[in-house]
Design a protein around this ligand. Structure first.
Ligand SMILES: Cc1cc2nc3c(=O)[nH]c(=O)nc-3n(C[C@H](O)[C@H](O)[C@H](O)COP(=O)(O)O)c2cc1C
Length: 159
């Protein structure tokens, strides 16, 4: 089963988790880049606004064709309870090419109750697995169990 891990990361947390997942499932890794400056307070506020309003943005051209993969793992930071605008943009641009999907997010708080349902509705597909990683768990390298659970569910799809 061919797998692609697609992620966006503003400050590196989602990137760390995405890299670990890609290693474990032996998948290709696609980082989404967008054109907007998201640094500092202005960048933070802009990102929060786009998350809250479910806005799209402009993303750079991607490297891999999702149609060539059996499974796409999509990872995003939580912005104002929602997925980040670069990931929403990637999904909207590519969803017709998705086969199976799995979702993960990173966040500061304990929960983002709507995020996976929103990702699922935006993809127009139910995920085979989902996982939430708290930023402090990722920074403290305390997310191995959650990661292994998520990876096992993904691997089970290939059997
Ligand atoms: C604009 C903005 C809005 C955020 N909103 C939330 C939120 O609603 N809930 C939450 O738990 N964390 C929120 N966070 C925290 C991030 O989701 C968290 O730090 C995440 O791990 C950052 O991922 P990254 O380092 O890959 O960018 C927000 C962060 C930003 C920048």
């Amino acid at each position: 089963m061919k797998k692609l891990v697609v992620f966006y990361s503003r400050t590196g947390t989602t990137s760390l988790v995405a890299q670990k997942i890609a290693e474990k499932i032996n998948g290709d890794l696609e980082e989404i880049k967008d054109a907007k400056n998201r640094a500092g307070i202005i960048g933070f506020l802009r990102s929060g606004y786009e998350g809250a309003r479910r806005k799209l943005t402009i993303i750079a051209e991607t490297k891999y064709d999702p149609a060539q993969y059996d499974l796409i793992v999509i990872g995003t930071p939580v912005w104002a309870g929602n997925m980040s605008s670069p990931i929403r943009t990637y999904i909207v641009k590519n969803r017709e090419k998705f086969n199976k999907v799995a979702f993960f997010c990173t966040l500061s708080m304990k929960d983002a109750p709507k995020i996976f349902q929103d990702m699922s509705e935006t993809c127009q597909k139910e995920p085979v697995a989902t996982a939430m990683f708290r930023r402090k768990e990722v920074i403290g390298n305390e997310f191995a169990n959650k990661l292994n659970d998520f990876v096992s569910k993904i691997e089970a799809m290939g059997n």
